[in-house]
Design a protein around this ligand. Structure first.
Ligand SMILES: Cc1cc2nc3c(=O)[nH]c(=O)nc-3n(C[C@H](O)[C@H](O)[C@H](O)COP(=O)(O)OP(=O)(O)OC[C@H]3O[C@@H](n4cnc5c(N)ncnc54)[C@H](O)[C@@H]3O)c2cc1C
Length: 407
């Protein structure tokens, strides 16, 4: 009875998106999620996602974007990045490339709820929640997953979408390369004296970047990268002292900080799995990679993994091939691992370059920023890549006309 094409361990945003994509393509999917969905209490989430246009297209194609965009989300049209150690600055404006916006700032709970509701309408998707695996056996032709209540599930493939600590990745013995940034991301909701102008702001400080992401009602969500010891100090400050320190770090670009809520911190680590696949198994999302949050790409990369894997598997199924076989899985790994590595390396290079106070480097990066700002076409290409409008995108992330042209 419990025979599926694919079993996904982890029903977070990436796992649920993969399940929607596979279920929509007609594959039978089991999703195993450890945590029961939390009731939406209306309390704002301090940690938000900058969702790219590519991710928005994936959600649209899967029929969840209308439900997400009906919630309290905020489009941003401009992005301003500048260096605290000089005069270098770059300004991105969606109007320069004829787009209505650069992306949206969205609380994770809005996405998670919409995906969960959509999953429940798909006849070929079954959710096992709350549940965890107690054993997994990889056979020659199929995978057997035993849940903690002794339910037995079988499929040709098991997918790890169970986050950065991924118990499944560990069970499979897939190694990871980890780099501890010795930094934490301090997040909070803040009110500023002046409005955010539907702009995402980022100031590069010697200790790391400080981002202000626009939300509705004049609020912003901040991500402040700090050395771990300094984060502890910031978390311990009273509101008044915290507002003063934050305002100064942001050079009072939006005036004084007039209020804040939900200060908390996350340790930052880069993690990359040495392989995204093994016999009858594949990794997606944070189970495969975690990245510095400075360009807000983490979940966006995971969504591209989910869409690419679903495309590869649906294609194999349509051609009568075994979707869990190594040649099929290698196509997924080749597609996504290089792209993710490129983005991770670019973010690390940025982080290193901007945290360096040595005068020649400071001078060079300020010059580089100003030159890039003045270089119209090169800047447009950079902007289009960051928005997910270009690159080797899965069909779900492309505009429908492009997909039919390449078919
Ligand atoms: C400070 C900070 C700011 C960030 N900002 C951004 C941003 O602006 N934009 C962006 O794109 N990304 C951002 N990220 C990254 C983003 O948070 C992650 O990339 C994203 O949440 C990963 O989603 P996931 O579904 O892969 O993993 P997770 O969200 O970790 O989901 C994993 C799921 O698996 C379940 N699970 C775990 N173990 C088991 C098990 N044994 N059995 C069953 N289920 C299991 C968990 O309950 C969970 O639901 C940020 C990260 C940090 C730290």
């Amino acid at each position: 009875m419990n025979q599926f094409d694919v079993i996904i361990i982890g029903g977070g945003i990436v796992g649920a998106t993969a399940a929607c994509a596979l279920g929509t393509a007609g594959l039978a999917v089991a999703v195993v999620e450890a945590r029961e969905p939390v009731a939406d209490t209306g309390v704002r989430d301090a940690r938000v996602f900058a969702i790219t246009r590519a991710s928005e297209r994936i959600f649209s194609a899967l029929g969840v974007w209308d439900a997400i965009s009906a919630r309290d989300i905020c489009a941003f049209r401009e992005m301003r990045v500048w260096d605290a150690g000089g005069s270098g600055a770059i300004h991105f404006d969606c109007a320069d490339i004829g787009e209505p916006f650069l992306g949206h700032i969205i609380e994770p709970r809005f996405i998670q709820t919409a995906l969960l509701e959509r999953l429940q309408t798909l006849a070929d998707v079954q959710l096992f929640c709350p549940a965890q695996f107690s054993d997994i056996e990889i056979g020659e032709n199929q995978v057997t997953v035993v849940l903690d209540d002794a339910t037995v599930l079988m499929a040709s493939l098991v997918v790890a979408a169970d986050g950065a600590r991924s118990p499944l990745r560990e069970h499979l013995g897939i190694q990871v390369r980890v780099h501890d940034y010795r930094q934490s991301g301090l997040v909070a909701l803040v009110k500023t004296e002046h409005g955010h102008q539907e702009t995402a702001w980022q100031r590069f400080l010697p200790d790391g970047p400080l981002a202000f992401l626009p939300l509705s009602g004049g609020w912003s969500s901040i991500v402040w990268t700090l050395p771990s010891a300094e984060v502890e100090r910031m978390l311990a400050l009273d509101s008044e002292a915290f507002h003063a320190a934050l305002g100064e770090a942001f050079d009072f670009r939006l005036g004084r900080i007039t209020g804040s809520e939900q200060r908390k911190a996350f340790p930052l680590r880069r993690l990359h799995a040495t392989h995204y696949i093994s016999e009858r198994a594949a990794l997606i999302g944070d189970a495969a990679h975690t990245i510095h949050p400075l360009a807000g790409q983490g979940v966006n990369l995971g969504l591209l993994d989910a869409a690419a894997l679903a495309e590869v598997l649906a294609d194999a199924q349509a051609r009568g091939k075994d979707a869990g076989s190594m040649p099929v899985l290698r196509r997924y790994e080749r597609w996504r691992r290089g792209d993710n590595l490129l983005m991770m390396s670019a973010m690390d290079a940025f982080n290193l370059l901007f945290s360096n106070a040595r005068p020649p480097l400071r001078w060079a990066r300020n010059l580089g920023l100003s030159l890039m700002d003045a270089a119209g076409p090169a800047k447009d290409v950079l902007m289009r890549h960051a928005m997910g409008l270009e690159g080797d995108l899965p069909a779900l992330a492309r505009i429908p006309e492009e997909v039919s042209r390449s078919a």
